[in-house]
Design a protein. Structure first.
Length: 470
């Protein structure tokens, strides 16, 4: 009778525990549905505008006006990239994995139920059994440290998301600048081709008049053909740059016509102590610092693991028709193993994390100095071209055109002048791009003006990934 009662009790306990278990629900992968959302992303303006409103603490160079009806500007492109960039989407979901681990860290171990029975072959021997239950009591403080470590891992993942967002914004600016520069380069080629065609027309007239031989005229034709071939190549590069930019924005190729080929406007913050700003706000360094804290908490956890937890056991049994209540206590003694391997490994990993943080700072410091010098040099070179060389060649072209109007034509001087003017403008365009790239690099190194706290990061990324705009 007592055995039946205990079996019923155990069955009831198992039923309660089973009721707390989760059930599996399949979630099929539907690429067709994803394709439809990909095609309609730029139409989600209401959700995107709401997302812009939540970027107040990360508002560096993001326009408060978000309107895609007149095309996509570089500022609006940054917002789109923050929402739709595929790498950022994965980074946020990976942070969700760390959050799940944080929410479930530090839980007690499940109790263990056991049953032992013995059926002795002698007919007169009674059936012997014992029902036992074990429960681990965490007295070492390990679970608290385990929770803290999971929190450090989650914060590290959040910092990685912020870094990925900031790096993506810089990458979008760079790619947008390259595409805008290449687009302006196409216009330069069209202008010089138009001028070369005019020179060739003059050359045809001079050949017919016997004032220019065919060998000299052929040189004019070769120059025109070369520029036509180069223009075709740069037009292909423009298309490739545009599609690469669309990939960064996470948009469909069908939205290519909405992009505005203008240079992004970069404002470099005025900073007195640039090194201190690097330590305080650089997003990559923030990840390394968070990783070091994770390593610190990992070592703390491994040290806590050497202290044992108490295991309590109790139950009911019968032997030789004698009923008995069973109980027991076990406490491991850390005198041989004492988790020495785990502690040693975690200690070495902490030194690796320390070295990564310190070497990352040293590398960023060099990059900061390089970007600063590059920006100054490119600004100086651009100003020289813009204020001296290009105006000089423009005056030369103007003077030659006046001579042509008077009927005195030297096609090769005209060709040389036009060619030099084209190369000067092309060089000026390259210097503008290099100057902009250095400015973008500086803003990337300085980091956002207001770093996001972990709570704020979770608020933005969570609404972003669950709002149906991915």
């Amino acid at each position: 009778m007592k055995l039946k009662i205990w079996i019923c009790v155990c069955f009831a306990v198992l039923t309660i525990f089973a009721g707390g278990c989760q059930s599996y629900e399949p979630s099929p992968l539907r690429i067709d549905s994803y394709r439809a959302s990909l095609e309609s992303r730029v139409l989600e303006t209401e959700q995107l505008s709401a997302f812009v409103d939540r970027l107040d603490s990360m508002s560096d160079n993001i326009s408060t006006q978000f309107d895609l009806s007149d095309g996509i500007s570089p500022y609006e492109g940054e917002v789109l990239a923050l929402v739709y960039n595929p790498d950022l989407r994965i980074a946020r979901l990976e942070a969700g994995v760390a959050l799940a681990e944080f929410n479930t860290a530090g839980l007690w171990q499940d109790p263990v139920l056991g049953y032992d029975g013995a059926n002795i072959s002698s007919p007169s021997a009674p059936y012997e059994f014992s029902l036992m239950g074990n429960l681990t009591i965490p007295i070492s403080g390990r679970l608290k440290v385990e929770k803290e470590r999971a929190g450090a891992v989650y914060e590290s993942q959040l910092r990685a998301v912020v870094d990925a967002q900031w790096q993506t914004r810089a990458e979008v600016r760079l790619q947008w600048a390259e595409w805008a520069s290449a687009t302006a380069g196409v216009s330069l080629y069209h202008d010089v081709i138009e001028q070369l065609e005019r020179i060739n027309a003059i050359g045809n007239t001079l050949v017919e008049a016997g004032e220019l031989n065919r060998v000299q005229h052929r040189l004019l034709q070769v120059e025109l053909s070369s520029k036509l071939a180069e223009a075709t190549e740069i037009e292909l590069y423009v298309l490739q740059s545009k599609f690469k930019l669309l990939g960064l924005l996470g948009l469909s190729p069908t939205t290519a016509s909405m992009l505005s080929p203008v240079f992004p406007n970069i404002t470099i913050p005025q900073i007195e102590d640039e090194t201190a700003r690097l330590i305080e706000s650089n997003t990559t360094l923030a990840v390394r610092i968070a990783e070091y804290q994770t390593a610190e908490d990992s070592l703390h956890l491994e040290i806590k693991k050497q202290f044992p937890d108490i295991v309590l056991s109790g139950g009911y049994g019968s032997e030789s028709n004698d009923s008995r209540f069973l109980f027991g206590v076990s406490l491991p003694l850390p005198v041989i193993n004492a988790n020495r391997a785990g502690i040693s490994k975690a200690s070495a990993a902490r030194e690796v994390a320390r070295a990564k943080a310190e070497t990352t700072f040293a590398k960023l410091n060099v990059e900061l100095a390089t970007a600063t010098i590059t920006l100054e040099l490119k600004q100086s070179q651009r100003n020289y071209y813009e204020q001296t060389i290009v105006p000089m060649l423009a005056n030369q072209t103007h003077d030659i055109e006046r001579i042509v109007e008077l009927g005195e034509v030297d096609t090769f001087i005209l060709l040389e002048t036009i060619t030099r003017q084209f190369h000067a403008k092309e060089q000026l365009l390259e210097l503008q791009l290099a100057e902009l790239e250095a400015a973008i690099d500086l803003t990337r190194l300085f980091g956002p003006n207001s770093a996001l706290s972990p709570t704020r990061i979770h608020h933005i990324t969570n609404e972003n990934t669950t709002g149906g705009v991915q």
